[in-house]
Design a protein. Structure first.
Length: 271
């Protein structure tokens, strides 16, 4: 164990130097241009990994993995900010693992470790790299999912605005694909604001809708009932044949709704 600890001390004292050499070696074989930010992140993350690895020599696999998980989460988020695709994160993994094993094996040999000690260290390297990769992927996906959620929220807000057109009359134009998330946005964020706008007649225009299914059609027309309970007269415009089919297949009674071919016709009917 004393010999392994000597290697650990060496790795801690030379972590940045070793990391920079490994990154420069990798850059020599890369044909695409790598940003300076990504290079510095690689140097920093490799050095931190070497230190965590060295400090883990005194711990069990389980304890070492726990200490590595938090670091991997932070590293995954930093990678997500710089890399647009998960494949860019995973692709160099096998090559990097081989480089780590070769470099640390040579350091172990230079410190005159026994074959058994070299195998022990290499097993720890492989185990921690696997743990790191798994947690990094989780962190990467969580960060990207968060970005997608925020962007979808912005899209929902932009694609379902309440547009006043005349005193007491407003239009709610629905644009794009109406899915469960969009319906929930309408129910939770758009509909509650309508009474504050002093709207007596709301025209919901479907002409910009691309697709809609039976379940969502049912929820959309539930909005009609909610608005009626609020004392708002609801008119539907721009209903295409595919939406009509979804309404019929959902078993919705269409006869009680006020529908028009265009927003102009709906406004004229209100007048």
């Amino acid at each position: 164990m004393e010999a392994i600890n000597r290697v650990g001390t060496y790795l801690i004292n030379h972590a940045e130097e070793i990391s920079r050499e490994m990154v420069e070696e990798s850059l020599a074989t890369v044909e695409i241009e790598i940003t300076e930010d990504l290079i510095q992140l690689s140097v920093k993350s490799n050095a931190e990994f070497l230190i965590l690895l060295a400090e883990s020599f005194k711990e069990s696999d389980e304890v070492a993995a726990e200490e590595l998980i938090e670091w991997s989460k932070k590293y995954g988020e930093e990678q997500a900010k710089l890399l647009s695709q998960l494949s860019a994160l995973i692709k160099p993994y096998a090559e990097n693992r081989l480089k780590f094993l070769k470099r640390i094996t040579q350091i172990s040999i230079d410190h005159e470790l026994s074959t058994e000690d070299v195998v022990t260290i290499n097993n720890r390297v492989s185990y921690l790299m696997d743990v790191s990769m798994i947690e990094t992927i989780f962190a990467y996906e969580a960060y990207r999912d968060g970005l997608m959620y925020d962007r979808q929220k912005e899209i929902n807000e932009l694609s379902a605005p309440i547009v006043p057109v005349q005193e007491g009359i407003a239009v709610l134009p629905l644009i794009g694909i109406i899915d469960q998330q969009r319906v929930q946005h309408l129910l939770n964020n758009v509909i509650p604001t309508i009474p504050t706008l002093e709207v007596e007649h709301l025209i919901i225009d479907f002409s910009g809708i691309l697709t809609i299914d039976q379940e969502v059609a049912h929820h959309v027309f539930t909005i009609h009932n909610v608005l009626q309970l609020l004392g708002i007269h609801v008119l539907f415009t721009g209903i295409r044949p595919n939406l009509s089919m979804a309404v019929v297949q959902a078993g919705i009674d269409f006869s009680s709704f006020h529908t028009f071919a265009s927003v102009r016709q709906a406004i004229e009917s209100v007048r």
